[in-house]
Every structure is written in structure tokens, then in C-alpha cells.
Design a protein around this ligand. Sequence first.
Ligand code: CAA
Length: 240
Amino acid sequence: MARVAIVTGGTRGIGEAISLALKDAGMIVAANYAGNEEKAKAFTERTGIASYKWDVGDYDACHEGVAKVAAELGPVDVVVNNAGITRDGTILKMSRDMWEDVIRINLGGCFNMAHAVFPGMRDRKWGRIVNIGSINGQAGQYGQVNYAAAKSGIHGFTKALSQEGARFGVTVNAIAPGYIDTDMVAAVPPEVLEKIVAKIPVGRLGQAHEIARGVAFLCSDEAGFVTGSTLSINGGQHMY
Ligand code: CAA
């Protein structure tokens, strides 16, 4: 039986590449999205992958979304917590909303989704949870106390949950992407981005499919002995 996978933020950027990689690996994929209706519709038409709208920062919406996917596609075996936002600014300019939105969506979303799928994975004795962290959660980044805290939290969340999942056949891992060629990175001011790229030993931004390959491996049967790990895919920018 094909595994059923949910990819949050799965219709654009890194998430889109992950949805496609899991489909190529033979899974039935549900791509979650929060806002961009038009892009989600185009994505589904282009790829044949079903898209489902809910806000991962909303606990009840995650439980309802998971139940809907399970009813339509089957019990959920794989979750990739990829959805995330940036609200960059130095702390002097950061509002409480900028802090709370990033923590609620980027970090809270991982809890909300894991909480919804973990009991079923435990009962079926198999599961894969992959959380998308960030180089900026490992190393910090000027202007991102909110994002760095959330992503760093994701790395701790991963290590803790992996210890709970191990005896049930549920692996929990993280990927820490560096700067990848997506809309999110394109929003960084060009003069700032130029300086960042100059510090990447490989000499370029990463591509979304380079993250997706790592996710597909961690979600495979063959990766059953890999848990609690963080795979850094960052062109050598930070060696953790
Ligand atoms: N270290 C030390 N000082 C720095 C600095 C740095 N890295 N960057 C800027 N500064 C200094 C500036 O030189 C400036 O000093 P002066 O006032 O003395 O001239 C001061 O800090 C203010 O800098 P800015 O004018 O740039 O401040 P700003 O408020 O206009 O903008 C910012 C701040 C929004 C954070 C902007 O610098 C920025 O967007 N930076 C990029 C942040 C970033 O990398 N985000 C990643 C988004 S992609 C992502 O997050 C995906 C992922 O996982 C990798």
C-alpha cells in the first residue's frame, strides 16, 4: 500500500519540491497551504497532487485537516513540517506580532501537526516526521531573533520527539537548509543577499530539489535507523 504523506506549505518553494519528490517515491501526497489559493490551484492542476487549505499555526485546523486527509486519502504515515514564514527585523524594530506569528506558525505548526498524527503512527507502528529547520536556527542571523528562535526550537523538538517515537517505529528528523533559491530568500534585500552568497563555499544558492532529495531519503523505509538527526544542506556555509 502506498504511504500517505502530508507536506505543509507543500504547494510552493521547497515544499513544492518535497511534494513532488515524495510523489516520485510512490507516496500519495497531500500538499497543505495557508493562503495562496491561486498558486495552490495551479500546483494541483500541474502535478495532480491534492492541495488542502489550513493554517498550521491553528491547532484545531491541523487536527481537522489531518482528519480530512485521512478520510479522503488514507491514514497519514508521513508528515513534513515545512510551512514557515519570515518577519525579519532587528529587535528594535520587531513588534510583538512579528515575534508571535513566527513562533506560532514555524514552531507551533510542528507541534500541532505532530500532535495530530502521532497517535495513528504509534498505533500502526510506522511513521516519518521530517521538520524543516534552518541554518539560521543553528547559527543565528542578524535581524531574525524570531525566526532563529523558532528554527532552533524545531531542532530541539526533533531530538526530543525522536526519543518518544523510536519504540513505535516513528522516526523524527530535521533538515537544516541554507539559503535556497525561493521567494523567501528573494525577499532579502539584494545587497544583503549578495554578502550572504559570498560566504557560501559552494558559491551559489541551493535549489529546492536539493532539499527535497534529503527529505525523500529520511521518509523512506531504508532510513529506519536514522532518527533524531539533523541533515544540513547549505553548500558548506555552516558546519554544525
Ligand atoms: N552584522 C552586524 N551588523 C549588521 C549586520 C550583520 N549581519 N547586518 C546589518 N548590520 C548593521 C548595519 O551595518 C547597520 O549599521 P549602521 O546603522 O551602523 O549603518 C545596522 O545593522 C542596521 O542594518 P540595516 O540598515 O540593514 O537594518 P534594517 O532594519 O533596515 O534591516 C534586516 C535589517 C531587515 C534584518 C535586513 O538587514 C535583512 O533583511 N537582513 C537579512 C536577514 C536574513 O538573512 N533573512 C533570511 C531570510 S531567508 C530565510 O530565513 C530562509 C532560511 O532559512 C535561510
